[in-house]
Every structure is written in structure tokens, then in C-alpha cells.
Design a protein around this ligand. Structure first.
Ligand code: FE2
Ligand code: FE2
Length: 279
């Protein structure tokens, strides 16, 4: 009998993909649909408790409610327990300088947009700031096109994950798509030319999977309220309270697998008997 092929975990890189945390600073009097900070704390507690430990936390924007100094102080406090590198990107609710100041260990590129490149194990993460300050939508201007071409064009022996806040495609949820993505065609052309192994993003507040320029693309789920799935033309904006969750991106050589983990303090994992499983 042939032995089963063993897929080794050696060299595997695990990333927790958090997005759209919308953290609120102490003393800020915001009207909230859910307790944003408590829900992030629950996600962080899960990241810390689960085994094996993740190698880094990738946070793809809208990390604060309104980009205030107090919001960033609270964000840093809530993320500290993860005990691994925190790799943040700005979203349309963030402030570039606030993010840079709060996370000085990130290898921020020396450019106006808050983008960076780093490696975790053999995984290269190219993080593109897609924000257009003061607006909800995305912008891919000539400066960012030049930066992205250079970043993706560098030789790298391992998989590449391209991260940005805004989904670089039309999701079909009209009222969210209306925020727009200036330069989307040029972004897609750069992706098709350089073919990173995966694109991860946020902003939509619900998990979505598609292909962009030939690359599998995954929108992560927000830790706060979700956008209601409504694919009708011109729907009313509606939100829905889904469970807290985050993705775990497992990169093992050229294979990248994305898992979704929901977090509910009322429902912890348990071991069934074999009889339960195969009855
Ligand atoms: Fe958001
Ligand atoms: Fe956003």
C-alpha cells in the first residue's frame, strides 16, 4: 500500500486577516450599532487562544472609527495581546499619519501614500494604500502605479500577497460599489502583468471571493456589523449583525488557503465522539 502523501507544516506561514475594526477611542461619544471595541477584543482573544499561533496579523484598513488620536491609542491597546507583528493598512476611516505614528515598526515606504512591503517567512506582503483622503472610495494614481509596479517587479522567491483596503472589483452591492475605485483598469492591468498569488482586502464588511486580473481575491469580514447581502439594483443601504470573525490565511509554499473563523463566546469548540461523527 502506498503511504499517504504527507503535507508538511514546516515553513507554513499563518496570517490572521482582520479588517474594518472601526475602533473607538475612550471618551469618544459615537453612536454605534454594536460594541466595536468588544468585538475586536473577542477576535483578538480567539487569535491568541487558537493553536498553532499565527505569524502575523494583517489588518486591511478602517482600523479606527474616525482616525482620531484616541481611536489609535485604543487600537494599539486592543491589538497588543496578539504577540506577533501587526501589519496595518489605512482604510477610508483612517488617518495615514495616525497609523504611521501608532505603528512605527512597520516598514512604511518613503512616499505620501501609506504603503509598505515586508516578508513573513517566505511570504512577501505588498500592502498598497488605496485611500483617497476625505473620500470613501479608492484611488490608484500614477504615483501608486509606479510604486506597485516596482514592488511587484522585485525578484522574490516565495508567494506574494497583495493587500489593500478597497475591493478592486465591482461587488454587485450597488450602494457600496458607488464609493468607486479611480484607476481600477490600470490597477487590474498591473495585477495581470505581475500576477501576485493572492489579493486580500476589506471595506465591504462581508466575505466575498472573486478573481481580479487572473488572481484569486478575497474580501475579509469586518469585526463589526456586516453589509446586508442585497444584489438588487439600487438597494437601500442595510446592515446586518453577523457573528464576529476573521480569516486565517495559510501559505504553504505556493499553496495559499483562506479559512474563516467565527468567534462566539457562547459556542466554543468541542470534541465529538467518533460514533457521533459516523452514525
Ligand atoms: Fe469599514
Ligand atoms: Fe472602508
Amino acid at each position: 500500500m502506498r503511504e499517504a502523501e504527507v503535507v508538511t507544516a514546516a515553513g507554513r506561514v499563518l496570517l490572521a486577516h482582520l479588517t474594518d475594526l472601526h475602533v473607538v477611542g475612550d471618551g469618544c461619544d459615537d453612536e454605534l450599532h454594536v460594541d466595536n471595541n468588544a468585538r475586536l477584543a473577542a477576535a483578538v482573544e480567539s487569535i491568541v487562544a487558537e493553536s498553532p499561533a499565527v505569524d502575523a496579523v494583517l489588518a486591511t484598513g478602517d482600523l479606527t472609527a474616525w482616525g482620531r488620536p484616541a481611536d489609535y491609542a485604543k487600537l494599539a491597546e486592543l491589538l497588543t495581546p496578539v504577540g506577533c507583528p501587526i501589519l496595518p493598512l489605512p482604510g477610508n476611516h483612517d488617518d495615514r499619519d495616525g497609523l504611521r505614528t501608532t505603528f512605527p515598526g512597520v516598514p512604511w515606504s518613503d512616499v505620501e501614500h501609506a504603503s509598505w512591503v515586508t516578508t513573513i517567512g517566505d511570504v512577501r506582503i505588498v500592502a498598497l494604500d488605496s485611500t483617497l483622503p476625505g473620500k470613501p472610495g479608492a484611488e490608484f494614481d500614477s504615483a501608486r502605479e509606479e510604486w506597485l509596479r516596482e514592488a511587484l517587479g522585485r525578484v522574490h522567491d516565495g508567494p506574494t500577497i497583495l493587500a489593500l483596503h478597497h475591493p478592486p472589483f465591482r461587488t454587485g452591492i450597488d450602494w457600496m460599489d458607488r464609493s468607486g475605485f479611480l484607476g481600477l483598469d490600470r490597477f487590474t492591468a498591473v495585477v495581470a502583468e505581475h500576477l501576485p498569488d493572492r489579493i486580500v482586502c476589506g471595506h465591504l464588511h462581508r466575505p466575498i471571493t472573486t478573481m481580479v486580473g487572473g488572481v484569486p481575491t478575497q474580501v475579509g469580514l469586518s469585526t463589526i456589523e456586516a453589509v446586508h447581502l442585497d444584489l438588487a439594483d439600487n438597494p437601500r443601504p442595510r446592515l446586518i449583525i453577523d457573528p464576529v470573525g476573521y480569516n486565517v490565511v495559510a501559505a504553504d509554499g505556493p499553496t495559499i488557503v483562506t479559512h474563516t473563523r467565527f468567534v462566539d463566546p457562547e459556542n466554543s469548540a468541542f470534541e465529538p465522539s467518533w460514533a457521533d461523527l459516523y452514525a
